[in-house]
Design a protein around this ligand. Structure first.
Ligand SMILES: [Zn+2]
Ligand SMILES: [Zn+2]
Length: 186
């Protein structure tokens, strides 16, 4: 007789489909015409829970696209400044570059370029379902919205489209990420 792997005195009735060991009736469960031992069933349910986490869902892909879109929107907004600096350096050398880099330009280019990179970083974090992207997204987007609202209340006027994008899109990104936070765990 074939012995049960758990009970040497009992006869095995079937093999576990996953581990291939022989078991008696009491040690097996039938799932969809296959027999599994309890150890393997536990393992399988753990694996399927793990697979649900760290999964890039369609919603997170949407978040990635929005972040890349916003990053690119901000990059294009600075394109004239970048081109002006490159032209100054190309035509007039380092002195012209220094002259072109006024304080006002630095104050625009530096934070906007940082924002471009931060949104691209967030897109990478979301694409890989990284656990840190939730906290990162909350910090980044709340800071952007707060900064824009502050600018509005102290009377900074800017094109309506840019202002609306910089308020609505970060809020949308936060909603998407908070909604899908249980998928962010790697
Ligand atoms: Zn098994
Ligand atoms: Zn047994």
């Amino acid at each position: 007789m074939v012995q049960c792997a758990n009970h040497p005195d009992r006869e095995a009735v079937a093999k576990c489909r996953r581990c291939g060991r022989n078991f008696c009736e009491a040690d097996l469960e039938e799932v969809g015409n296959y027999h599994y031992c309890f150890e393997c069933l536990k393992e399988i349910s753990r694996e399927s829970r793990g697979a649900q986490h760290g999964q890039t869902t369609a919603m997170l892909i949407l978040g990635v696209l929005i972040c890349v879109g916003l990053g690119t929107f901000l990059f294009l907004g600075q394109l004239n400044n970048y081109i002006a600096l490159i032209n100054a350096a190309r035509i007039g050398g380092i002195d012209a570059l220094k002259a072109a880099l006024t304080t006002a330009m630095i104050l625009t280019i530096l934070p906007m370029t940082a924002l471009v990179l931060l949104y691209y970083a967030l897109a990478v974090g979301l694409m890989e379902a990284r656990g840190w992207s939730l906290a990162f997204a909350l910090l980044l987007n709340c800071a952007v919205v707060a900064w824009k609202l502050y600018g509005f209340f102290v009377g900074q006027r800017e094109p309506l489209l840019g202002f609306a994008v910089m308020i609505a899109v970060p809020i949308l990104v936060v909603i998407i990420i908070v909604w899908n936070r249980h998928h962010l765990s790697v």
